[in-house]
Ligand binder design. Sequence first.
Ligand SMILES: [Zn+2]
Length: 133
Amino acid sequence: MGGGAADAGRSAGDESEAGHRIDDTHTLPPVDQPAVQRVCPHCARISYEDGRRCPYCGRSFRRRSNLGAIAAMLAVSVAVVLGGVAVMFTIAGREVDEQLDREVERVERELDRNFEGIQRDVREELDRRLPEP
Ligand SMILES: [Zn+2]
């Protein structure tokens, strides 16, 4: 019983070793990453070097034009958002204007009424104080 189990374990180990050998044959030799073809943004020449600078003109590969494009895209999106907000404000402002107009009309009517009442009060008060002719 125990011996059979040990045999099974040993055979399993053999299998794993065989697998390891297969892995060895399968393993590829270390390969450097293929040279990246890059176009210098300054002199527009293609280079396969990995450096940060163009081997032809010695300037950095960092593209300002990329940043510029991102900035432009940001500006465009900001403009779009601002435009949308402006449209929303215009629409909302129109409604607010209408509400304000109604409110102002109502207040003006009340003020007129109050003013008329005050005028009447003052006239009555004056009438009362003035000596009767
Ligand atoms: Zn260059």
